[in-house]
Design a protein around this ligand. Sequence first.
Ligand SMILES: Cc1cc2nc3c(=O)[nH]c(=O)nc-3n(C[C@H](O)[C@H](O)[C@H](O)COP(=O)(O)O)c2cc1C
Length: 183
Amino acid sequence: MALILSAHPNIEISISNKTILQQLEQSGLEIEVRDLSRLYPHFEIDVEAEQAALQRHSTIVFQYPFYWYNMPAILKHWFDKVLTYQFAYGSKGDKLKGRNFLASFTVGAPETGYKTLADHHFRVLEFCKNIEQTAYYAQMNYIDPIFTYGHSVNAGIAATEITAKAEQHAQKLIAQLELLGRC
Ligand SMILES: Cc1cc2nc3c(=O)[nH]c(=O)nc-3n(C[C@H](O)[C@H](O)[C@H](O)COP(=O)(O)O)c2cc1C
């Protein structure tokens, strides 16, 4: 049902994304997880394999930590290589048409810094305009992203608190996937 494209360059030391993936695996949902960083440590994306995986699923989830107000490099590279002309766009490029596009990411900094615009000059959703437009261009069904704040130990947040937030994040994602599965 759903393809989970996980992009974390160091999942071994991850708290949040690792927790979210574990919860997804335990959810009983019909999912296929592809860990892009593990599959492609040297960034040599197998375009055919990725395009075939996309076509097996009606919902595509992009699971990643928010890095420099964006996605990790491996995922950006994945977009550059996989969403090709006449596959994702162009006169015959309708292979992704109608599939759900759902970004799910963890934000390191607390919510206040993004809400007051004190530390960060824009709100998180403003940083998502590029992925939203990408989904539209590929004729996909853009679903509001699922993101949660305060996942960084560097922001002075305790690991137990981060794990709890990641679990809540996973529950939101699972609920959304269940909803999409019923449509
Ligand atoms: C290279 C890098 C860039 C980051 N950029 C941001 C950022 O722009 N905004 C932010 O709020 N957090 C940022 N963070 C914090 C991460 O989003 C946070 O550590 C991550 O979501 C936690 O997930 P994990 O436990 O799965 O690694 C960054 C972290 C790294 C390592």
